[in-house]
Write a protein that binds this ligand. Sequence first.
Ligand code: MG
Length: 384
Amino acid sequence: MKNISILGSTRSIGCNTLDIVALFPERFRVLGLSACENIERLEAQIRRFRPAMVSLNSVKAAHVLKERCGDLGVEILSGVEGLIRVSTLPEVDVVVSAIAGSAGLIPTLSAVMAGKTVALANKETMVMAGEIVTREAEKKGVRILPVDSEHSAIFQVMECGRREDLHKIILTASGGPFLNKSYEDRKRVTVEDALKHPNWNMGAKVTIDSATLMNKGLEVIEAKWLFDVSINQIEVLIHPQSIIHSMVEFRDGSVLSQMGIPDMRIPIAYALSYPERLDLVMQRLDLARTGMLTFENPDIKKFPCLSYAYDAMKTGGSMPAVMNSSNEVAVAAFLHGRIGFLDIERIVGDTMSGHTVKGVNNIEDVLMADSWAREEAERLVEKN
Ligand code: MG
């Protein structure tokens, strides 16, 4: 029996994780849950899975939940302290890190420091503080198992090959909903258009990131830290059908890939049950029915966010965190109708070029870069 905590349990990855738990009650038990503010859904999850502890973002939301669930014997906490408690519960074996954005950083790092296996969906943790997190994980002998479909694919392929034979990683990308749209069309994109992803059903932040290809940029950096490769060993390949989830090329030219239908429950189940595989009863990949699988190189002129990620990693220090945090501000501003779709990439680019890069030795350095970038990006949003 594995005891698990899920950070971000009411979001898409969190709900999919609970689907897997519900299918295999003899294997997994939920001890901790956390949500941002979705009280209704969290209450339903508490009634169904009976965790020992939950946490919500605000004190106010936690009070409302206490009134509703006071009789259920669940400890209800709030804020960052609550998140840290949920991610470091003594009996927990695996922490599923599925909060959106940089809010995932501190609780994920706390889980690592507490020696928990981390099933990582929150790529921002690695983008902002990959060096620190991987260093701490190594010190504690903690495994970070990828949940992101691309990284799960690479991880699965690497189970079949030797690390020293790896030549390069080929990260596949659907290309998002605007792959073939002109500049003029993309200028007029609405929030509604951007939230329609062709293949995956995900939360708002990652869906917008997919439309700008920033999501792929974040994944390039995540892959760099998870698989300890140089940034030059990671290539991005557009594959609109999202059937091949990524590939690894070995030194002899052999390319191995992992394929499957685009359903996040597959990589989630693998991270939870690793090294075993679970009997998942779901639609199977039918290649004859899928028909053509197509590939093309990404157009980085059209999608500059992808090249920002390579630039940020080459610059190093505080730059990846600045890129990530300015993107979060810009995406939130777009979702609130304050800026246009193409302003996202412009604001990220301008925040990065206005940043004087600093060394990052500890988490305080990361948080300082984060708050600088937020202020600067917010200023650029205001100016817009
Ligand atoms: Mg992904």
